[in-house]
Design a protein around this ligand. Structure first.
Ligand SMILES: [Zn+2]
Length: 287
């Protein structure tokens, strides 16, 4: 029997007295759970340590100067620890799944000899994974995460950093793979081509997933993303008046400066709202 979830709840102090007693009874003669518990407890300890605030006040400014580098080093160490913890806590399927999908998209792009395939799918994949990082009820580890005094926005930022870095890495690998059908000079333009919409679409999907749930977030982001391709189709003579609108909409997705700036604003807003009442880590996924 798999008790992993109970071990985590126990380590996070999230059980009532009855559950505790029952679980401790089981724990007494289950070597697996004992080993798991040791792992989760050391993880919790490390996260506590990562969250230790810098010394509250250093009255003497000279002292402050002397201590500045060590505070910086401490902050840096705390950040690395937080990233490492979140990496361990996040679902493995996320990493393997997106890598597998990216391989498929690359193969499609190469087979069709169309770089547009990567342009279309890289932002979709990134936005999809980003909606999974903000607390799901299927992720018992969030219990452990939130029993430690790390602010939600730091956890969200750590996870966003990890997933985004991974998504960019995957898309970069795929882009290098595209050199089979592309001249090397096209590389820079190609990277900027997917990086900007990827940033914007991920930021949008993240924010929406926090406020209205993963399913709705994916639907809206994917619809907005796909709508730009309407400009490439003929909209028919009855809808000719739409054509200029569609064209400027398509232009929007090809404006890196604009996409990066709005994306940044959305991310800041997502971080700000991570501590809000309305936005719960344990929201039900509306799939
Ligand atoms: Zn057990």
């Amino acid at each position: 029997m798999n008790h992993e979830e109970e071990v985590i709840l126990y380590a996070a102090n999230q059980m009532d007295a009855n559950e505790r007693a029952r679980f401790e009874k089981h724990l007494a003669d289950c070597a697996d759970c004992q080993a798991d518990l040791r792992m989760w407890q050391s993880l919790a300890d490390e996260m506590q340590a990562a969250a230790v605030p810098a010394p509250a006040h250093l009255a003497d400014s000279a002292l402050e100067t002397i201590h500045a580098p060590s505070q910086l080093a401490r902050a840096f160490r705390g950040m690395i620890q937080l990233l490492r913890m979140q990496l361990m806590l996040m679902h493995n399927e996320l990493w393997v799944g997106s890598a597998a999908l990216m391989v498929i998209f690359l193969a499609m792009a190469l087979l069709a000899a169309r770089v547009e395939v990567l342009y279309f799918f890289a932002p979709i994949l990134a936005a999809g994974t980003v909606t999974l990082i903000y607390g799901s009820e299927h992720d018992p580890a969030t219990e452990l995460t939130f029993s430690t005094p790390v602010s939600p926005w730091k956890i969200l930022l750590a996870r966003l950093t990890l997933v985004s870095a991974y998504n960019v890495f995957l898309a970069l690998c795929a882009t290098v793979g595209l050199l089979l059908i592309l001249p090397p000079q096209a590389l820079g333009e190609l990277i900027l081509g997917w990086l900007a919409p990827m940033t914007f679409l991920s930021a949008l999907a993240l924010l929406l997933s926090m406020w209205i749930g993963t399913g709705n977030a994916l639907f809206i982001s994917y619809a907005l993303w796909s709508m730009q391709f309407l400009a490439m189709t003929s909209v028919g003579e009855w809808f000719v008046f739409l054509a200029p609108w569609l064209e400027s909409y398509r232009q929007f997705w090809h404006d890196p400066a604009l996409l990066f700036s709005i994306g940044l604003v959305l991310i800041l807003f997502a971080l700000w709202s991570s501590g809000r009442e309305q936005v719960q880590w344990h929201r039900t996924i509306a799939m």
